[in-house]
Design a binder for this molecule. Structure first.
Ligand SMILES: Cc1cc2nc3c(=O)[nH]c(=O)nc-3n(C[C@H](O)[C@H](O)[C@H](O)COP(=O)(O)OP(=O)(O)OC[C@H]3O[C@@H](n4cnc5c(N)ncnc54)[C@H](O)[C@@H]3O)c2cc1C
Length: 754
């Protein structure tokens, strides 16, 4: 029973149309699907891959288990092969990583299977009519009417064209637009649509030599392959071939179909192409049960709607299939459209029907929400194709660089598509735990503004570094000041050693400057931390601009490092002391020795301890999803905080006579507030840089959505208030303690309500 007196006519009963029908049914909106084909779910030889962005929506409408159930097993290994079919890289258990990260794996099945699931899920099966090819559209007062090829007419409050890339509804919408509102639809959408590739795709059975449940991407010269080992001994394969030139215009140059001869000629041309070391394209083709050759136009229409008609799915955004995002984005657009229709109906006063203006506003919101991200996604698919086909020497070079980016580089591309995905905010989200929150599951809405944040922070830390380099400050914490070793100095810097060492192991910092703490440690001892800290913070800020830093996957530190950091740093402190006491290093040399040795020893101990623990308990690629590093990391920050706070109180807040420390701090007066404020000391610069870096880190957590505004304001206030009370290094440890917790918090599957 529908909750709303409102009927949606859907033309096209495939991916976009049937998913939209399911969504409308579940939110209580009436619909009627008109499908041109004489049967639901015909076998047209196509396959479809569902990725996390699509799966999450399918889960909400109760179709995920159905499509997943078509698989024999989770997709496993991702191979990336050269033109000779030789693996350049392999990501084992990639599908399982997807499940851990995003809650959903990769599901590649026959398109027919998916459509069957969507149809079976519908309660109102009588609302899906087959053999109903729509031929014309007529606007009515407060509605719309369509006529089908058999002469029947159907009316609805609104019309959704989900009738694919050669959409009749799009044609009709343009015709009506040209008649009633000339200029609304740009001519370029009709004449300039580009087509750079054609694709032969098929399904084969019983191909021997492919790794079970694997996916193979194979590079080529102006062509590339995608080969997927599917359920029931099927192999899904795609041969993408670049056109000799860009064809333009759906009704002009882009062919709507190809002949059998063209298909066979293409197969023969590529017959001997190696796909893997054991399998050629010929092996795939000779076992095919279906093979289709099709042109690949790529576009996102400028205007998506007119009057009471809107187009969706391939009718409005058409992808190069290499990314497997066409259908998944059709699901996202359907989710957005359903949301906007429902919001519109809820906003209409009881007893009234939505006006033309209400409908236009809802359609426009759908377009506004989806057009920009879909345009980016279509462009990315195109680039991906250009690289895999090694279209130019530069693309060929980039194709060869991809293996060096490791598994994380590949996963990042999938995450870019998955994490900003839309869903149905009005429907509950089934419980499938995930490591990575989607953007709408973060505690607050990401603010954007990366460039601005980066510019400000870079300016600040570059200026501080410049002042430090060119100033005449006395370096307090360095060998070069020539003062005897002072235990309290070391304790003051304990959080620095702990944090800088941990950061060097953090996932997000791999291959960045801050992964070299030993360099910063030694430099600090030579020229003073007042000079080195601004530089370290500057480089951190630049590194934090990486997408990885905004994601949950950027946070983890190897568990073995998290467990060994405290003993490693303590040992780094203890060894010089013991060697000096034992007379192995004489007193005169002890200052230099202990200070120079400390960063080296800390780095060495951490590395050695990690290696030992890893031998004892070999690390597993899935370890990080357990978040077992969080507790020991927070313990390390807690201990660092306590030590640094103690050192700060002893040095700055208590008269040294009270502690019996007279004379210990040789270069400073006994009551060190004066020292802190002295213009000839680099300590204020160090304190200022540390506090500003903490504030920047707090802001970044808010900017990227990991902290709420309230939490961020509270943390910022604590930084400012804590600075005089506990000192900059203890504040640093406290912020890192807080940050580790915020960054590792459990995902709220029901998401935010904005
Ligand atoms: C080779 C290839 C591989 C792909 N792989 C993937 C993938 O792995 N993952 C992914 O997400 N996407 C993939 N896609 C894209 C995906 O198939 C499409 O994005 C998706 O099918 C779009 O769904 P749709 O419902 O908009 O259009 P279609 O699936 O084309 O369906 C349109 C429907 O409308 C009907 N119709 C047409 N005209 C009329 C009319 N006048 N009246 C009534 N009914 C009509 C048709 O019969 C059809 O049922 C791939 C595409 C290709 C070409």
């Amino acid at each position: 029973m529908e909750k709303h007196d409102f009927k949606v006519l859907i033309v096209g009963g495939s991916i976009a149309g049937l998913v939209l029908a399911n969504m409308l049914e579940q939110v209580g909106i009436d619909f009627l699907v008109l499908e041109a084909y004489p049967e639901i779910a015909p076998q047209v030889g196509a396959s479809i891959g569902f990725f996390p962005n699509g799966c999450r929506i399918l889960d909400q409408i109760g179709c995920y288990d159905g499509v997943r159930g078509k698989l024999d097993q989770e997709s496993k290994d991702l191979f990336y092969n050269s033109q000779q079919g030789i693996p350049l890289s392999l990501i084992p258990f990639a599908g399982q990583h997807f499940v851990e990260r995003h809650g959903y794996g990769i599901i590649f099945i026959d398109r027919q299977m998916a459509i069957e699931v969507f149809y079976e899920k519908l309660k109102g099966k009588s609302k899906v009519l087959v053999d109903k090819r729509v031929v014309s559209v007529t606007p009515l007062a407060n509605g719309v009417q369509v006529v089908t090829k058999d002469g029947s007419t159907y009316t609805g409050d609104i019309l959704v064209g989900a009738d694919g890339v050669h959409s009749t509804i799009r044609q009709e919408m343009w015709r009506l637009g040209d008649e009633l509102s000339p200029g609304r639809f740009p001519k370029s959408d009709r004449t300039d649509v580009p087509c750079d590739y054609h694709c032969m795709f098929g399904i084969s059975k019983g191909v021997v030599g492919l790794t079970e449940s694997s996916t193979q991407t194979v590079l080529g010269h102006n062509n590339s392959y995608l080969v997927i080992d599917g359920p029931g001994s099927r192999t899904y394969w795609f041969l993408f071939v670049k056109n000799e030139r860009t064809l333009r215009g759906m009704e002009n140059e882009i062919p709507q179909s190809f002949t059998e001869e063209q298909k066979k000629a293409l197969a023969e041309k590529h017959w001997n192409d190696p796909v893997t070391p054991k399998v050629t394209f010929g092996d795939l083709y000779k076992n095919h049960t279906s093979a289709v050759l099709t042109a690949i136009p790529e576009f996102v229409n400028t205007e998506w709607h007119f009057g009471r008609t809107i187009i969706t799915g391939d009718a409005v955004h058409k992808f190069n299939p290499i990314s497997g995002q066409g259908g998944n984005n059709a699901l996202e657009t359907a989710a957005t459209l359903t949301t906007e229709i429902l919001n519109m109906l809820k906003a209409v006063p009881a007893g009234q029907r939505p006006s033309d203006a209400d409908v236009t506003a809802a359609f426009q919101r759908t377009q506004d929400c989806r057009r920009a991200p879909v345009t980016v996604a279509v462009d990315i698919s195109h680039q991906q194709q250009s690289i895999f086909a090694c279209e130019t020497p530069l693309f060929g070079f980039l194709a060869r660089v991809i293996p060096f980016l490791g598994a994380e580089g590949t996963f990042e591309k999938f995450a870019d598509a998955a994490l900003p995905a839309r869903r149905l905010p009005m429907l509950p989200m089934p419980k499938r735990p995930r490591f990575e929150p989607y953007h709408d599951e973060l505690p607050s809405k990401p603010l954007g503004g990366l460039a601005f944040s980066l510019l400000i922070a870079t300016g600040i830390f570059a200026s501080l570094f410049y002042i430090a380099l060119n100033g005449t400050q006395k370096t307090l914490f360095a060998l070069s000041n020539g003062v005897p070793p002072d235990p309290l100095q070391y304790i003051y810097l304990f959080p620095i050693f702990v944090i800088w060492t941990l950061e060097s192991y953090r996932n997000a910092n791999a291959f960045s400057f801050v992964s070299l703490p030993i360099v910063f440690g030694i430099a600090s001892q030579l020229v003073g931390i007042g000079k080195v800290a601004p530089l370290y913070f500057l480089l951190s800020v630049l590194g934090n601009a990486r997408i990885m830093y905004t994601r949950a996957i950027g946070r983890p530190v190897p568990i073995s490092v998290a467990h060994t950091i405290l003993p490693a740093v303590f040992l780094g402190y203890a060894v010089p002391l013991v060697l000096t006491r034992a007379g192995i290093v004489d007193n005169a040399a002890s200052t230099s020795f202990s200070r120079a040795a400390l960063p080296i020893l800390v780095a060495f101990h951490t590395y050695a301890a990690k290696r030992l623990l890893d031998l004892w308990n070999p690390p597993d690629a899935f370890d990080m999803y357990k978040k077992a590093d969080v507790r020991p990391l927070r313990d390390a920050y807690r201990v660092s905080f306590l030590l640094a706070t103690g050192a700060h109180i002893a040095l700055f807040l208590l008269p040294q006579s009270a502690l019996g420390l007279d004379g210990l701090w040789k270069t400073a007066p006994s009551f060190l507030w004066e020292q802190l404020l002295a213009t000839d000391s680099d300590f204020p610069l160090f304190a200022l840089a540390t506090a500003l870096f903490c504030l920047h880190s707090v802001y970044e957590l808010r900017r990227t959505g990991w902290a709420t505004t309230g939490q961020a304001l509270g943390a910022a206030a604590a930084v400012v208030g804590g600075l005089p009370l506990v000192g900059p290094t203890a504040v640093y440890a406290a912020v890192w303690y807080w940050r580790e917790g915020v960054w590792s918090q459990e995902v709220d599957l029901q998401g935010r309500k904005d």
